[in-house]
Design a protein around this ligand. Structure first.
Ligand code: TTP
Ligand code: MG
Length: 344
């Protein structure tokens, strides 16, 4: 049965939390990130409010360039604890409204609202959630609704800030057609450039190519391109760890496909998980790993052992085993997680 997926993303998240905590910042351009040090600062912009975006400032831009674009902007440092606390509260609100939810980043989540059975009801729920977040958390957000994760995500990017865009199944093809290929999962700056060089700028342009041609152009990713430009994409949410498990997850400082770095992080998380397991005097039978790629595409994979164990080698070796297939993917990895379940 066709699903109804809702995607929600908070607007200018870090900057909005800063404005909420200090209302005198409101209405003026605000940049959250590294210290600009009068134009000589190092580091980058984490985000900025919509007033600062009018000056051309963007996430990831060197702070020195942001300063040059707008020396009169207010610059504030990142206060991650504050944002994580706000994020938790928002996610708690969202969790009330769907049995299946996938949080994809600090300010972004998918809800599977298929049980509502209608796009009209889903849109009403979205408006209700937007109102509740505004009232309780003083934050605005943008929502997209569609039949799968790709469409709902593109829909939520469509009208920002404070937007609500609904794309019904019959509208998917027309909605995606004029978008740039960049909206598709796995299309980063490099792939975009390669496609542009062939004259493929929009999703509609991609549809002119046969599957085999796209495979020639993009290798194993060709199949996914062929599907995505037709609005065919995953609609299954990756829900968080089941209760009764012990897990750790961590985001790389920079997205990576360096195996050494990945194994090192995996091992250190296995150690932490094992410490907690032993502290709680438990044994486990199942190891689950989670991998989130640079485009936030997230997967989990698990393996069950024949007996209950509690040693760190079992966690490490099983986790390394499980991650092999994910390392074959050309995309860089953003986050990995390890958990043990089936506890006793
Ligand atoms: P985004 O949702 O990408 O950006 P945003 O919420 O600031 O703005 P909007 O959604 O309205 O376009 O990212 C969420 C937060 O993640 C953002 O507030 C800051 C952080 N972030 C970084 O630290 N570095 C980055 O490069 C990006 C893109 C985001
Ligand atoms: Mg956001």
């Amino acid at each position: 049965m066709a699903k109804i997926i809702l995607h929600l993303d908070l607007d200018a998240f870090y900057a909005s939390v800063e404005e909420r905590e200090n209302p005198s910042l409101k209405g003026k351009p605000l940049v959250v990130g590294a210290d600009p040090k009068g134009g000589n600062g190092r580091g980058v912009v984490s985000t900025c409010n919509y007033e600062a975006r009018k000056f051309g400032i963007r996430s990831g831009m060197p702070i020195s360039i942001a300063y040059r674009k707008c020396p009169t902007c207010t610059f504030v440092p990142v206060n991650m604890e504050l944002y994580v606390a706000a994020s938790h509260k928002v996610m708690k609100i969202l969790a009330k409204y769907a049995e299946k939810m996938e949080q994809v980043s600090v300010d972004e989540a998918y809800l599977d609202v298929t049980p509502l059975k209608s796009y009209k009801k889903a849109a009403e729920l979205a408006q209700h959630i937007k109102d509740e977040i505004k009232k309780k958390e003083k934050l605005s957000c943008t929502v997209g609704i569609g039949p799968n994760k790709l469409v709902s995500k593109v829909a939520s990017d469509f009208q920002k800030p404070d937007g609500l865009t609904v794309v019904q199944p019959a509208e998917v093809l027309n909605f995606l057609a004029p978008q740039t290929v960049r909206v598709l999962r796995g299309v980063g700056p490099k792939t975009e450039e390669a496609l542009n060089a062939l004259g493929i700028k929009t999703v509609a342009d991609l549809r002119k190519y046969r599957k085999e041609q796209l495979t020639e152009i993009a290798g194993s990713f060709g199949q996914s391109l062929w599907e995505q430009c037709r609005g065919i994409a995953p609609d299954e949410l990756v829900t968080e760890w089941v209760t009764k498990s012990i897990g750790r997850q961590s985001t790389f400082e920079k997205d990576t496909n360096d195996k050494k770095a990945i194994y090192a992080l995996l091992d250190s998380m296995a150690d932490e998980v094992c410490k907690q397991l032993k502290a709680e005097k438990m044994g486990f039978k199942t190891v689950t790993i989670k991998v989130r790629y640079e485009d936030f595409d997230t997967h989990t994979k698990q393996k069950s052992l024949t007996d209950y164990v509690d040693n760190v080698e079992a966690i490490r070796n099983t986790a390394r085993d499980l991650i092999q297939d994910f390392l074959k993917d050309p995309r860089k990895i953003r986050l990995i997680g390890v958990s043990v379940g089936n506890l006793k």
